[in-house]
Design a protein around this ligand. Structure first.
Ligand code: PHE
Length: 459
């Protein structure tokens, strides 16, 4: 694999930060934090990110850099070290299937493009929608199968197009543009909301300490996997393009820091807006939390200073965040196709589109466009519909299971000496090595098994 490209120094960090920061931070984290009443939920989430997420991300990047292979073969190459059979390749396949199911992500990414278009139109023509009209607008859009397919299709097409340019000219270049752009937008929003009466209430909500339900704990830990793109082969694939002169430990620390920062900033922005509404009207203005980004937020954005500018800018920023994540998802498949089949990047990108349509089409139609897909009930009433079933399987089971096997693989099946050598390459002596390895051997597996047992009990 001598002709493999390498990311530049900032390229790896920005691309990995880009993969991590996505709809998980801006769409999912604020609404699950809201549903779980903030405070303690955030604390558990932070603990999960530091104690489980960061060590696991290091293990994934290690597997990638050590093997310089795609998500499946990397397990075989690294596993060969102590003379082990290629059974670990199964973990690579599991991550790949998780990532395949995760293609439902394009559905929500498509909604963002639709709202970018809508807000541009509203800003030009003047915004005058009532909350009820906005909810109706969103529901009509959800039920319109053609629109669903069109907008998620656009997102998929652009992702594949950028990927076809190559690793450095595609993913790296886009991440170098989009990530600074996203941070600039987020800073503009924080400034815009800082004058709102809800601003201090948002901080209080995020950092007050109260009790938490066991479901909340599970959700916080599960989200730490999703937001850091763990268990989906992303760390392995991007790690396989990481140069030996860069530190895995420091790069991971930066990714985790920025990802967490953006999740918290998204909460501050959205809660400042929401808490500025008098409490009595909040429930009505706020709507259903999972879709608040699309039903209630547009109106609230127009109430901000410079609303006509800020509203479309918000959806543009969310689109940037989603795009760097879909690029990472696609790159995992493209690297695999390139190495397994020897195809050109362009052909790999076309194959990725074809493969993605298998999920994108039914996911898009399962929001109401086609009744049988919307009503599909395979994993219980709480997760009805093709889209929700995939989200449930990926977030609650697959990412977490792949994470469990990855930690066992590196913690137990890989010898300490070469592990330490690779981790210190580009870093120098790493004093916390033993603590990290200990956590891979004991803390992570115990934590993940506990999560799985709790998920099974809740069935
Ligand atoms: N981390 C991304 C987000 O928060 C989602 C993702 C998961 C991306 C797995 C790539 C791989 O939106």
């Amino acid at each position: 694999m001598s002709n493999r490209p390498n990311f530049s120094k900032s390229g790896f960090i920005l691309a990995t930060v880009g993969s991590a920061i996505g709809l998980g931070n801006i769409w999912k984290f604020p609404y699950i934090t809201y549903e779980n009443d903030g405070g303690t939920f955030v604390l558990v989430y932070l603990a999960a990110v530091i104690l489980i997420g960061a060590p696991l991300m290091m293990a994934e990047i290690f597997i990638g850099r050590h093997s310089k292979r795609n998500v499946v073969d990397s397990f075989k190459v690294v596993g060969k070290h102590p003379g082990m059979a290629g059974i670990w390749k199964g973990v690579g396949w599991l991550s790949l299937i998780a990532l395949f199911f995760l293609i439902y992500y394009y559905s929500v990414a498509g909604w963002v493009i639709f709202y970018l278009k809508e807000t541009i139109g509203w800003s030009v023509a003047g915004f005058n929608k009532t909350p009820a009209e906005l909810t109706e607008n969103f529901n009509a859009f959800l039920h319109n199968g053609n629109s669903q397919l069109f907008y998620s299709g656009i997102f998929l097409f652009f992702t594949a197009l950028i990927l076809s340019f190559g690793l450095t000219k595609g993913v790296e270049k886009m991440s170098k543009i989009l990530m600074p752009a996203l941070f600039t937008c987020l800073i503009i929003f924080v400034i815009a909301v800082s004058s709102q009466p809800g601003f201090t209430k948002a901080f209080e909500f995020l950092f007050h300490f109260d009790k938490i339900t066991s479901k909340g704990v599970l959700e916080a830990i599960g989200h730490s996997f999703f937001t850091l793109s763990l268990g989906a082969g992303m760390g392995i694939t991007f790690g396989s393009y990481l140069s030996k002169s860069q530190s895995i430990v420091k790069s991971t620390a930066m990714v985790v820091f920025f990802d967490t920062l953006v999740g918290l900033m998204a909460c501050i922005i959205m809660y400042s807006i929401i808490f500025s509404i008098p409490e009595a009207n909040r429930a009505e203005s706020f709507g259903h939390s999972a879709v608040m980004l699309f039903t209630s937020l547009p109106k609230l954005l127009y109430n901000l200073p410079g609303g006509t500018f800020v509203a479309p800018l918000f959806y543009l920023a969310v689109g940037f965040a989603a795009l760097t994540s879909t690029l990472a998802m696609g790159e995992v498949f493209i690297t695999l196709f390139q190495e397994k089949l020897g195809w050109t990047r362009r052909k790999c990108a076309a194959a990725y589109v074809a493969l993605s349509l298998i999920i994108v089409v039914p996911a898009g139609l399962s929001h109401g466009g086609v009744d049988s897909l919307a009503e599909l009930n395979l994993v219980g009433d709480a997760h009805k519909g093709f889209f929700n079933i995939l989200d449930y399987l990926v977030s609650n089971w697959m990412l977490v299971l792949a994470g469990l096997f990855t930690s066992l693989f590196i913690g137990w099946a890989f010898p300490a000496k070469p592990l330490r050598e690779e981790m210190e390459e580009g870093h120098g002596t790493w004093k916390l090595f033993h603590i990290w390895r200990f956590s891979l051997r004991f803390i992570l597996p115990a934590g993940i098994v506990w999560i799985l047992v709790s998920v099974i009990q809740s069935l």
